[in-house]
Write a protein of this length. Sequence first.
Lengths: 200, 200
Amino acid sequence: MFPKALESTIDALRTLPGVGARTAERYALALLTKEPGVSDTIATALSNLHSGVGTCQKTFVFTEPDEEISSHYLDPKRDKQTIVVVSDPLDALAIEKTGEFKGTYHVLGGLLSPIDNITPDDLHIAQLMERIKEDSVAELILATNASVEGESTAMYINRELEETDIKISRLARGIPVGVDIEYTDQITLGRALEHRQVIR
Amino acid sequence: MFPKALESTIDALRTLPGVGARTAERYALALLTKEPGVSDTIATALSNLHSGVGTCQKTFVFTEPDEEISSHYLDPKRDKQTIVVVSDPLDALAIEKTGEFKGTYHVLGGLLSPIDNITPDDLHIAQLMERIKEDSVAELILATNASVEGESTAMYINRELEETDIKISRLARGIPVGVDIEYTDQITLGRALEHRQVIR
């Protein structure tokens, strides 16, 4: 009673992250009860996904496929002397959504990880150093995660720029806005105390 | 920094049930990091979904698109005198998966609902009555949900068959297997007590 077309849709949807047999079944059956146009829209979007997304050859953020350098970097209003360094394009998108950053981004394309054999040569670090010279960058915000890899990548870049007088910072760690102190985990609370922000 | 192709994929994925902006984004970005073949597989499956699923003209379960009557009903091993009546094809699939039912199904295509203006004529009730005569059905298991609509649909069919001597039952309600008594909600526990199963 499970037609082949339904089976293959369920199998295909299971490749989405965190989607198991049950969820895939729910998705497939919901689409089946909707008009065919809905499934077709998703199908078309997915077929065009890879060919429709390019990578900026300067900052490595996502671009339209016909752009070599992202319009974001080319925008004269963006401050090219301030760079937020992130591990992947999603992190850049997340920061951009805050609307609080007027500089530019640099996507490393990963994080240093001796276990996974990822060395500085595998990341866009050389290109970062080039940009720093080219655009006479004044400030670098190292926005990598607080994981071992994130911290060591940040430390590596920091060390590489020891001889320069570029201002280097990490994103602030502390209690998230809207979270009560009593519900904050101990590590976060410890960090918030350590990096307490001076009022006067 | 959000290329159009990515935006439209995210928008398209948001039409899946329970998928909001965040999850759609996560799906789209996960597909983007995988090779294009993965997205293409989903795209192909979705394009073929509607054309690849038919409806049995006798039992209204899902069929392969070239079958008028489901192979399930035509199977001589299935008992045509015992029918499980369900609201939609998914319920039939769920019951079939138990492997405990050797009869056939009848999908009503919905439930009676005065509010939504769904009357007996909107459901496959006439076809059920026809099957009952045709196959001289001996037992009907009314497997509709315990909702107001499910109960009243079951009651309606029961009343329609008052003059016959067909055996009619509802699925047992009680404590789910593997759930402790102390964690069972009061309504279920009440029902379990009311419909206690006699041992001796």
